[in-house]
Design a binder for this molecule. Structure first.
Ligand code: FWO
Ligand code: ZN
Length: 387
């Protein structure tokens, strides 16, 4: 079905002004004063006056089958509800396993990603979990990349963390090498998503890879890089060498981040000031555990990440003064570039993943994924179009 959304203020992310969007599963045309009555086929016409039209949000780190478990079986966290993605404007997720790669399975992760896709979302997965050697479908990272359609990389591989498998540099290097070549053979990005803990080594392994090997920086994608101010500074240095770093979004229930964490909003501003905003993405750690450990490393409790943290963080950044067309890049064009997705822009030829937002209060009111409305509370459908 061809649809036309008229009169929205379009952020592609760049602000293009008030215009009309014509789309089926892909964006067909963006233009002014489109008159659908000249179309020689049936169309649905929507009036989005007073709304902003943005690209659908991409959340590159979501425990779609749940995670947690760091405090025993009863602390395993619940799986993702697609409704949480839709109402928060998330149209693409990359699913991952975390600490628990035993009671959580890749087969379950794959099935959940297929379910999300069948229900209208865009979903991909990482093979592996925290552990090294990585848990795999087929016994090899490279075979997983080549043979499992939804696998776009490996992660979240834990480094510099008391819960990691204390991997050697060589073990990490082999995973990155296999992800790169597996990606080449399958036409995928071959990303290794590193879970970076609070350990003093930070992302030194990643600097060693770009310094001492032929492997290009784009395969290295560290997350939780705002875990501390020190780690974020190390991340900015990595970004200045062309790397992309992922920040864990500010969870809505706390207005300040967890103890010691560098506030995601401040981190985005700092990157912007350093002209490195293009090298920043944010992710929710949705349905993952946000565990707390005491100084002896004993578990003291956990919270659960929420996919609502992505848009919450972007709104906070805008409220703090960064223009919307800049702020949304961290969850549209930037992650789309990392994963080589035909998404993240409201431009002809791109996938029709769109979010409509109330101009006054930045509330998300309608969401389109692959050209279909998953939520359309805010747009009025004009049956007879007066013009
Ligand atoms: C972070 C996911 C952490 C799981 O360090 O890595 O634990 O397996 O569900 N979460 N371990 C949360 C911090 C960035 C706050 C995970 C979690
Ligand atoms: Zn993690």
């Amino acid at each position: 079905m061809i649809r036309v959304i008229k009169n929205a203020k379009i952020f592609a992310p760049k602000y293009v002004g008030k215009a009309d969007a014509v789309f089926d599963n892909k964006i067909i045309h963006i233009g002014k004063d489109i008159n659908p009555f000249f179309f020689p086929f049936e169309v649905e016409i929507y009036d989005a006056s007073g709304l902003l039209l943005l690209p659908g949000l991409i959340d590159p780190h979501v425990h779609i089958t749940g995670g947690g478990g760091e405090g025993g079986f009863e602390t395993r966290t619940p799986e993702l509800k697609i409704s949480d993605c839709i109402k928060n404007g998330i149209t693409t997720v990359i699913g991952c396993l975390g600490t628990d790669g035993v009671s959580r399975s890749l087969e379950n992760l794959y099935a959940k990603a297929k379910a999300l896709e069948n229900e209208g979302l865009n979903a991909f997965i990482y093979t592996g979990s925290y552990r090294v050697p990585p848990v795999t479908f087929t016994g090899s990272v490279m075979r997983d990349m080549v043979l499992i359609d939804k696998v776009i990389g490996v992660g979240e591989i834990a480094i510099s963390d008391h819960r990691s498998s204390q991997p050697t540099f060589e073990e990490i290097l082999r995973i990155v090498a296999d992800a790169r070549v597996g990606g080449m053979i399958s036409g995928k990005p071959g990303i290794v998503n590193f879970h970076v803990g609070a350990g003093r080594e930070g992302i030194n392994y990643l600097f060693e890879i770009i310094r001492n090997t032929e492997i290009p920086v784009q395969h290295l994608y560290p997350t939780h890089m705002n875990r501390s101010k020190w780690l974020f500074e190390q991340g900015l240095e990595f970004a200045s060498k062309g790397g992309v770093i992922d920040l864990t979004a500010l969870q809505p229930k706390y207005d300040e981040p967890c103890k010691g964490e560098f506030n995601t909003v401040d981190a985005i501003f700092k990157a912007y000031e350093n002209k490195l905003l293009r090298n920043i993405t944010i992710s929710s750690d949705g349905q993952g555990s946000l565990p707390k450990f005491d100084e002896k490393g004993d578990f003291v409790g956990l919270d659960v990440g929420s996919v609502s943290s992505v848009w919450h963080t972007i709104r906070k950044v805008v409220e703090k003064g960064l223009p919307l067309e800049e702020a949304i890049q961290v969850s549209t064009v930037n992650p789309a570039k990392v994963f080589k997705l035909n998404k993240g822009k409201v431009e002809r030829g791109y996938d029709a993943d769109l979010v409509l937002v109330n101009e006054e209060n930045l509330e998300i009111v309608s969401v389109v994924s692959k050209g279909e409305f998953l939520m359309k509370d805010g747009v009025l459908k004009n049956l007879n179009f007066e013009f």
